[in-house]
Design a protein around this ligand. Structure first.
Ligand code: MN
Length: 716
């Protein structure tokens, strides 16, 4: 526990102008307010605000933030009032403490509009003053570090889930990379302890094998640069288990190389030196294709800048290298906190200067309801972006995972509403295609086109989804209107009257609607029967035979509208009724995969995964492509996924393989050894799984095993 004098000294060391007196008073105030309250760990409560202050001191935050950290639980957990805080420490500190208290009171629940509403409040509270969020994140970090003292399993789980879903992404959004990684890893330990354990034991093994010869690599990189007169700081940093886990799920990497564990960093003085250093590194070592990224010329949303590359480094190992200038490095490590060190007079209310926060506030104002808002913003929280280009070369930035349909809507909502297809880098591709950095996209439009409800399944930006939904709402209403009108026309005819819209004007108030169209829509949607309306206009017309006909007419038509695919038992949307369906043997599509249907005359529809190599054969015949997608709740039926594995040829290896698959709830359906050498087996395994997520889990678990050298999904 940090002592009072140490705390003051440390703040003084980076901020000579600190108000020592206020810091001392805050320390004593918190100490007295918490009295002999205890933490779940049994420690005196005051240890918690002190640790939180300590975390922020590492980031050299201003003394108001440190004082707020010391006081952050006094209003929430003791008899202290915010007026007392104002009297003792002034208006600014009171507002900061109140902000943190508000965030603490926001109990994020697991589902529904409460969570959404709370999240909305959270964004509002932190947009007032970004320091509120910094203190809250430090508070959460210390609570996560001491999570194991909480006895109730459910409570631990709830806190960990909230940390993973809300606080870690927020930390990343304001550029606090270290915060984010530690929060995620602590939450991972609670949410998936077995997975984390398998990663850490594998790390231990690799270290014991001497595969982490970091020092040798660091020295050689440094010398290589010095030979060309670049003075650089070089170091290697071990990644946390959670980021290794995520990576081994996402990419086809076998988890055994140093590049999977250590990220090497080269810190130089200027931007120019970054590019020179890159040139020298690429000139001296072989480059791994596809790994180079220039985040200096296109920084990430949170301001992160660096050059990333992959090389076959010293010791002939594949390594990952990040090159950045010192200034970028501090921003990368400290995020928003770095501002205080350079600009003394940075406005802490700069929350509003963050583009993403402004966007959140915008979406908040436009969203139809709180659920809508949460859904949109959760998607927008993911920090990675994909940059694509219009045919004229204008850049369009969207969250990664965005598809061609998102692009169309990003350019203009009218283009979105009328698009029929997309050419990506000159080739016809389905609208559901996920965009890659640098793609050039031409959207093909037609005035005859209108948005399709299935687009919503693969639109991922808030803008596209909102536009598609609005259109569908409008169109549904139009259909109901027309249906209602024709029901009423028939009713008039049967009664022997001429149909005239004027007739309805007098009865609108009876049904509590504003316009005649509203009335038609209610009849069309079945909220009113045609009979009720006709009786209101012509009182006393009660012939039973007519009534039943009108009702029957309505019912029959309505059923047809509501269930267009009534006879489909296959969990795929967008099929053509009556056409045969089969799954291609080349790619073994699973629920969760993005899929596309290819129409073959006389053979029906074949389902491929969107990245299947076979699709290249159909690039020139876009008319055969059919946009299809999985039903949201595809039945619990299992489907076969195929993976390829390279296993060490040693006793027990095959046993371990099948045990691990079984342990992760996969059924082996078929197993074929395709190649056998002295050291290794190549094996193809068909596994029955629920969906793609399930298969990815199994792949990640296998990659963590020492006898398994390589695992990937089979293609072709
Ligand atoms: Mn606290």
């Amino acid at each position: 526990m940090i002592r009072q004098s140490e705390l003051v000294e440390e703040v003084k060391s980076y901020d000579p102008a600190v108000d020592e007196d206020a810091l001392n008073r805050a320390y004593v105030f918190a100490m007295q307010a918490h009295g002999n309250q205890k933490r779940a760990s049994g420690d005196p409560y005051i240890s918690h605000p002190l640790e939180v202050a300590g975390i922020l001191i590492k980031y050299r935050l201003d003394s108001s933030s440190i004082i707020t950290a010391l006081l952050h639980d006094t209003v929430e957990d003791t008899l202290t009032t915010s007026e007392e805080i104002r009297d003792e420490f002034g208006e600014e500190i009171m507002l900061l403490v109140d902000g943190v208290t508000k965030l603490t009171q926001i109990e994020l629940q697991s589902t529904g509009s409460d969570q959404a509403e709370n999240f909305r409040k959270l964004v509002l509270a932190m947009s007032e003053d970004i320091r509120v969020l910094l203190v809250k994140l430090a508070d959460r970090l210390h609570n996560m570090r001491t999570l194991n003292f909480i006895a109730k399993h459910e409570k631990r789980r709830r806190i960990a889930t909230e940390t993973m879903e809300i606080y870690a992404p927020l930390a990343e959004r304001i550029g606090m990379q270290e915060f984010k990684s530690e929060l995620e890893d602590l939450a991972f330990a609670e949410l998936n302890p077995e997975a984390r354990e398998s990663i850490t034991s594998r790390l231990k093994f690799l270290r014991s094998e001497g595969k982490d010869n970091v020092d040798i690599i660091v020295t050689e990189l440094k010398e290589t640069l010095e030979d060309q007169t670049i003075k650089a700081e070089v170091y290697g940093r071990e990644k946390l288990p959670y980021s290794i886990w995520i990576k081994s799920q996402k990419k086809n990497i076998s988890f055994e190389q140093v590049s999977d564990i250590i990220a090497f960093r080269i810190i130089v003085d200027t931007v120019e030196e970054c590019y020179r250093a890159l040139g020298i590194i690429h000139g001296n070592y072989m480059m791994v294709p596809g790994r180079f990224k220039d985040y200096i010329s296109t920084p990430k949303l949170n301001g992160y800048q660096s050059l990333h590359t992959g090389i076959i480094g010293p010791e002939r190992q594949r390594i990952e290298v990040q090159i950045r200038a010192r200034r970028m490095h501090e921003t990368a490590e400290m995020g928003v906190a770095a501002h205080w060190q350079y600009k003394q007079n940075t406005d802490p209310k700069s929350g509003r200067q963050y583009r993403w926060m402004r966007e959140l506030l915008d979406i908040m104002e436009q969203a139809a309801g709180p659920e809508d808002f949460l859904e949109h913003t959760k998607l927008e929280m993911f920090p990675d972006q994909v940059f694509s280009f219009t045919p004229k070369g204008e850049v369009v930035a969207m969250p990664s995972g965005a598809t061609a349909i998102d692009f169309a809507y990003a350019v203009h909502s009218e283009i979105g509403d009328t698009c029929v297809g997309a050419k990506i880098n000159g080739r016809h591709m389905p609208l559901r295609t996920t965009l890659e950095n640098g793609d050039q996209i031409e959207i093909i439009t037609s005035v005859a086109q209108t948005p399709s409800p299935t687009w919503e399944n693969f639109a991922s930006t808030a803008k596209a989804r909102a536009s598609i939904r609005r259109f569908i709402r409008l169109r549904k209403r139009e259909e109901y209107c027309n249906l209602g009108e024709s029901i009423l026309k028939r009713g008039f005819q049967k009664e022997g009257y001429e149909f005239a819209e004027k007739a309805f004007e007098g009865i609108l108030t009876i049904f509590n609607v504003e316009t005649i169209d509203d009335l038609f829509a209610e009849v069309g949607a079945g909220q009113l029967t045609g009979r009720e309306v006709i009786e209101a206009i012509f009182p006393g017309t009660k012939k039973k035979s007519h009534r039943s006909k009108v009702v029957r007419l309505f019912r029959r038509r309505n059923i047809k509208k509501v269930h267009p695919e009534l006879n489909s038992s296959i969990p795929i949307k967008g099929l053509i009724p009556g056409m045969a369906l089969h799954f291609a043997g080349c790619c073994h599509a699973l629920p969760g995969d993005r899929i596309v249907g290819i129409i073959t005359k006389g053979r029906g529809i074949t389902i491929h995964t969107i990245d299947c190599e076979t699709l290249k054969e159909f690039a020139d015949t876009p008319e055969r492509w059919l946009d299809v997608s999985w039903e949201d709740d595809a039945s619990n039926e299992r489907r076969v996924g195929r993976i390829m594995i390279v296993v060490a040829n040693e006793p027990g290896a095959l046993g371990e393989l099948s045990t691990m698959i079984a342990k992760n709830d996969g059924n082996i359906n078929n197993l074929k050894i395709t190649n056998r050498s002295l050291d290794f087996f190549d094996i193809t395994v068909d596994i029955e799984v629920h969906d793609i997520k399930h298969l990815r889990n199994i792949i990640a678990a296998l990659r963590a095993s020492p006898v398994i050298k390589k695992v990937e999904r089979a293609r072709g």
